[in-house]
Design a protein around this ligand. Structure first.
Ligand code: NAP
Length: 283
């Protein structure tokens, strides 16, 4: 069955692969991106099945306008994919206020506004799917990526709550959590030089090893990831979260196991702070 998808950040990487794959399979795509000329080749091949609009997701007025136009022009949109994002890399103290603001506006605030903008349309049409690109880095954290992790942990929290709000309307949400993938992500990241005081620290060593890794040390095949995202969007009951890549699977299992063990170890002290007349009824 042919379905209609709305995707942000379709110029490269996962967004571009997903757009290509959907069009190859006969689906319809509302593709948004900062530079629409980047999709000229697909527009020439696929005609009416590709609807393209310029969208910088940090421009909230433009985002609302483009979402409204997509639903008005296409009628039903079955799956919305909030994919646009980038990485800010370096030591937290070295970032400028503007760099921090842009990271959070792009990866968090825009994702929140997109979800809010599409919700009334999805409700009105009786349901839909909302896929948010998070990351393995929404569960754990590498030094040197503090603001990127802050952004992905933030979308995880937002969608965790949103899922419970939207399920009664037949709107299913999935946090897609890839490991490292062979996209333009690293080359488009904003890498900030570390202050000399950090020379030789584990964080700098980690970033150096990260930068030195060879292509075959990166697990994620973006075309295969796009295949998986397409499959999730077609499920009757999609999962609230889906890891992609063996690195994501291993790192997240390790991180969650360690946190569970650490949380259990806190039981005795945690229970000492309850009020004497606490009932536990609303926990
Ligand atoms: N690659 C990985 O290792 C990895 C791992 C986990 C999660 N992810 C997540 O996967 C998503 C896609 O990343 P990718 O790996 O496919 O990287 P990518 O090739 O760099 O693609 C990122 C896309 O986001 C777009 N974008 C960035 N800022 C934007 C803005 N303000 N408005 C509109 N579009 C904007 C870029 O457009 P421009 O061409 O205009 O810059 C590009 O189309 C991101 O959310 C990323 O955090 C990636």
């Amino acid at each position: 069955m042919s379905t209609t998808w709305f995707i942000t950040g379709t110029s490269s990487g996962l967004g571009r692969h997903l757009t290509e794959l959907l069009l190859e399979r006969g689906h319809r795509v509302a593709a948004t991106l900062r530079d629409p000329t980047r999709l000229a080749d697909l527009a020439a091949q696929h005609g009416d099945r590709l609807w393209v609009r310029e969208l910088d997701v940090t421009d909230t007025a433009q985002l609302r306008e483009v979402v409204g136009a997509a639903f008005a022009d296409l009628g039903r949109i079955d799956v919305v994919v909030s994919n646009a994002g980038f990485g800010l890399v370096g030591m937290a103290e070295a970032f400028t206020d503007e760099q921090i603001d842009l990271q959070l506006r792009t990866n968090v605030t825009a994702a929140i506004h997109l979800a809010r903008a599409v919700t009334p349309h999805l409700r009105a049409q009786g349901g839909g799917r909302l896929l948010q690109l998070s990351s393995q880095g929404g569960h754990m954290a590498f030094p040197g990526y503090s603001l990127y992790h802050a952004s992905k942990w933030a979308v995880e929290g937002f969608f965790e709550a949103l899922a419970g709000e939207l399920e009664p309307f037949g709107i299913a949400t999935t946090l897609v959590e890839p490991g490292v993938a062979r996209t333009d992500f690293a080359s488009k990241s904003d890498v900030v030089p570390h202050p000399p005081a950090y020379d030789g620290t584990p964080a700098v060593q980690f970033l150096r090893a990260d930068a030195d890794r060879s292509a075959t040390d990166v697990a994620g095949d973006p075309r295969k990831m796009a295949e998986a995202i397409l499959a999730i969007g077609e499920l009757d009951q999609p999962p609230r979260r889906q890891l992609l890549g063996s690195d994501a699977y291993d790192n997240v299992i390790r991180a969650l196991s360690e946190r569970l063990e650490a949380a259990r170890a806190q039981r005795d002290l945690a229970l000492t702070t309850d009020a004497d007349d606490y009932t536990g009824a609303h926990a």
